[in-house]
Design a protein around this ligand. Structure first.
Ligand code: NAP
Length: 536
């Protein structure tokens, strides 16, 4: 089938989440013809798909929204310090309406293949329905955590009750009243789900494989006075986000954990534990994520908190991670999560002790017993960073396959381009700074927009990362990971997903340097006229 004739399409964007929406806005400003292809029925990406109970930010709302439009900042009121998913999805819709984005977005259009054609120096994408579209540039905005994975457990399809993956939650509310519910998975998603539905269920059984550290979110409503201050303070808020390591508002501590007395350290941890948001992770002593002994001090502190909060000592011990230190996996933030285990109708099953053998028609069978449920919730995470790329058949020069090229881990130039994949740019792909993600999105979109503008201004029709450029960036990303305690533990951040074939070996797919350093490097490339790229 030939490409569907849309004359003069300059850019195809895959995905209408926060990245795709802003990229569309920016490219339209250049007067380019752009079309976005989105699998969902509406905008929002992560916030469109993750409708599970309790889904919400753990970046401060006012630091999360787009910063590019002063008008938008002044018009939009965040109701809570950490907004829930329904509000964030409303925000995405508001942005789409305000900037009239939907007229260039084609919904219910999942891209299954994207092939580069050398002769025309262009990309042709194929949708699941077989229709094809062609454009000079291809921009992927497919998200680092957007391909959900179900556990590889026998009998998954046998269960006769209702079952949901958290990232494929139905649009209609699920009624938990009086129901026997199972949750598998205790990452950031599982924790938010568990603490929310525990208030409604008849009985809840949590199947935990690895205990995760978590710290209090301390959410609250934003009152009128604070709202005013936030709106007046946006320039300072965003300036601060630009300065910090991962674009959060929390100011990093410049001291090491042992540069203060034991009493001061304890008081500091107490203060951070009582503060809103990621301060305990992003604003903690500078060495807790690299020095085992420093890390042990905060891990011990949080373990004591868990023991105080969970009444049954045996359950408390199960909830305290033993195989990794505090903050070495992506830290979930919680709201009375640990107290859930003090409820009579909540049970914690450690599936390292009694593994799940199979899903049955009635529930879940472990090595110890069979449980019966009305609902099973899979909070089992994502094929992160590279998973969404693996799902699309990307082919570059001479039919080179991206999946093959990345089979031992991604190889990228600045996390944005790939050798042999000319004219393709990735937003929030592997090897880019993530952190407080909209801040990183705005930077990357602006950088990519600058590159596209440069191409049109200079009548360039082919932009390609060189092998040397890719090698050097990939080596740099690997070097940044050396010595980080987070690289010594399995998690999506180290490329592990027990449910995906071939993803049992740790890889460096995540940029772990600072956002300011990342931006400085990308700025330098742009300032030098992108001369590290092969331009034609
Ligand atoms: P996750 O962190 O990968 O957690 C998945 C959970 O499922 C883990 O507890 C994992 O156990 C368990 N699991 C996976 N396969 C299993 C199996 N076969 N049997 C039993 N247990 C299994 O995924 P997530 O919680 O969805 O979070 C992913 C990321 O999304 C977060 O780290 C965060 O970056 C983002 N997120 C953000 C927010 C927010 O901003 N508020 C909220 C939610 C998520 P193991 O640990 O043993 O593998």
């Amino acid at each position: 089938m030939g490409a569907t004739p849309i004359p003069n399409l300059d850019v195809i964007i895959i995905g209408a989440g926060l990245s795709g929406m802003y990229q569309l806005y920016r490219l339209r400003e250049l007067g380019l013809r752009v079309r976005v292809f989105e699998a969902g029925t509406d905008v929002g990406g992560t916030w469109y798909w993750n409708r599970y109970p309790g889904a919400r930010f753990d970046s401060e709302s006012y630091s999360y929204g787009y910063s590019f439009s002063k008008e938008l900042l002044q018009e939009w009121d965040w109701s809570e310090h950490f907004a829930g998913q329904p509000e964030t999805l409303r925000y995405c819709n508001y942005v789409a309406d305000k900037f009239d984005l939907r007229r260039d977005i084609q919904f219910e259009s999942r891209v299954k293949a994207a092939h580069y054609e050398e002769e025309s120096r262009s990309w042709t994408i194929t949708l699941e329905d077989g229709s094809r579209f062609n454009a000079r540039f291809l921009i992927t905005a497919i998200g680092p955590l957007s391909t959900p994975t179900l556990p590889r457990i026998e009998g998954l399809g046998d269960f006769k009750g209702a079952s949901f993956h958290t990232a494929r939650w139905p649009k209609e509310p699920v009624d938990f009243t009086g129901k026997r519910v199972a949750v598998i998975g205790t990452g950031a998603t599982g924790i938010q789900t568990i603490q929310t539905i525990a208030k409604e269920v008849g009985h809840l059984t949590v199947f935990q494989r690895t205990a995760n550290w978590a710290a209090p979110l301390h959410n609250g409503k934003i009152d009128a006075e604070t709202q005013k201050k936030i709106k007046a303070g946006y320039p300072e808020i965003f300036a601060r986000c630009q300065e910090t390591f991962a674009c959060f508002v929390h100011t990093p501590d410049t001291r090491g954990a042992f540069e203060v007395s034991d009493e001061e350290r304890e008081a500091n941890y107490e203060r951070l534990y009582g503060e809103r948001g990621f301060g305990i992770w992003q604003g903690n002593f500078k060495d807790i994520l690299i020095d085992r002994k420093a890390n042990a001090t905060i891990s011990d502190f949080v373990a004591r908190k868990i023991r105080q909060r969970v009444k049954n000592p045996e359950v408390a011990e199960k909830l305290i991670p033993k195989n990794h230190g505090f903050g070495t996996r992506r830290l979930p933030l919680e709201t009375f999560y640990f107290e859930v285990y003090n409820q009579d109708n909540v049970e914690l099953v450690d599936i390292k002790e009694t593994p799940i053998e199979r899903i049955t028609t009635k529930g879940i069978k472990t090595s110890a017993r069979e449980f019966e449920f009305d609902i099973i919730i899979y909070a089992t995470g994502f094929d992160a960073l590279t998973g969404s790329f693996d799902k699309i058949d990307f082919r570059g020069v001479n039919d080179a396959r991206l999946k093959e090229k990345w089979k031992h881990g991604p190889q990228t130039y600045l996390g944005i381009m790939v050798h042999e994949f000319p004219n393709m740019m990735m937003l929030m792909g592997p090897h880019t700074a993530l952190g407080n993600i909209p801040r990183s999105i705005e930077y990357s979109v602006d950088w990519v927009t600058g590159l596209v503008r440069f191409a049109y201004d200079n009548k360039l029709t082919r932009l390609e990362a060189t092998t040397a450029g890719v090698q050097s960036w990939t080596d740099h990303v690997k070097a940044l990971g050396v010595g980080l305690l987070s690289n010594e533990i399995d998690s999506w951040m180290t490329g592990i997903n027990s449910n995906v074939e071939g993803k049992q070996t740790r890889i460096i797919a995540r940029y772990s340097g600072s956002a300011p350093a990342y931006r400085a490097r990308c700025d330098e490339v742009a300032a030098k006229g992108y001369d590290e790229l092969r331009l034609g």
